[in-house]
Design a protein around this ligand. Sequence first.
Ligand code: HEM
Length: 413
Amino acid sequence: MSGPSKYQPTSAVGKWFHERLPIVAFAKDHALDFPTPKNLNYWYTFGGILAVMLVVQIVTGIVLVMHYTPQTDLAFTSVEHIMRDVNYGWMLRYLHMNGASMFFIAVYIHMFRGMYYGSYKAPREVLWMIGVIIYLIMMATAFMGYVLPWGQMSFWGAKVITNLFSAIPFVGDSVTTWLWGGYSVDNPTLNRFFSLHYLLPFVLAGVVILHIWALHVVGNNNPAGVDVKGPGDTVPFHPYYTIKDGFVIVVFFMFYALFVFYGPNYLGDAVNYVPANPLSTPSHIKPEWYYLPFYAILRSIPDKLFGVIAMFSSILILFFLPWLDTSRVRSGRYRPIFKLEFWIFAVVCVALGFIGSKPPEPVYVFWSRILTFYYFAHFIIILPVLGLMETPKPAPNSISDDVLGKSSLMPAE
Ligand code: HEM
């Protein structure tokens, strides 16, 4: 995609090194010179934000581990120790805790951006599917991290979610016992969750490298959804997008700081400041906000096994999105009906999240069923049919035309 390297070592040492390991050329080609469509908007800065947030989570996490004890008798108090005794421990913890939420806000924007501009369509299917794997790893990592403070919601959340596996026919109970490392959520469970919570972010970092690799093979999509036709359609990544991404990262950090310093527990649950007690069930068990739409889907179905299947399917269906959307036009910008339906779908997801936060009262159960139906209909019925029926609007012939505001009468490819 980026063509032959423009890197020429200037010193004798540089040349000697380049002939043995061309890493400087690689970094220059992929981080500085990479040809990037010149019409990318601010929605395209969230990949960069995500990469930075992953680093923030790993760095704050490693320092937290220096003071945390993964043992049921000590976990809760070790977190209190971090908050009260460790120098800036409160800040580290709040950065990590709210960092998880910021990570999910960014990933949801990043995913919906991809859905709007059809970034999952050929030739970016693998890039998209690697993204779905990243999302699954993020969910698992955050779930296990939430158990570590060993508060009431940590314990009961772990219990409810791991119990879901008991719905698997025949082997369900054995699987759950295996996950727990015993006959209930206890010390072995906390230990293995701690171990995996430490490991998975590094796996995530590896998969992110594959994600960027796949991106650099096919190149970025762009808001017009038309292919790069020549050098006139692109600009080098540096300085154009390093500056744009850098600016947005600063703004995003201001938003993040607002939570860390002014409302550190706003996105959390007060019940998790009560130490875990296996003998006292909280009146209302609910997961962190970023899982709520899926929790609503789970509870919308009266049968436990089918509820679990629906919940996992609601995420796994994303793998098939590149083939479910039959439209020839990539960007939603030129698809008038899709555009409207996209926003309905976004509202449905938010509404499912709202319902997931509510107790399972009849009115919420009723709406969760309708919304769950719509969620699946979006993928299985609406996208395939709409792609065949909709008449797209004229799209620009090239990225340069898009920047100049010109559009052809030809539908986009
Ligand atoms: C740790 C999480 C992630 C990181 C660090 C990351 C990083 C990036 C970066 C740097 C880009 C290029 C800049 C941009 O388009 O914003 C990108 C593009 C993309 N990502 Fe991700 N990503 C992550 C998660 C995901 C997820 C969960 C999905 C989908 C399920 C996804 C799908 C895509 C797609 C389709 C593109 C190409 C977009 C286009 O060119 O229009 N990514 N990602």
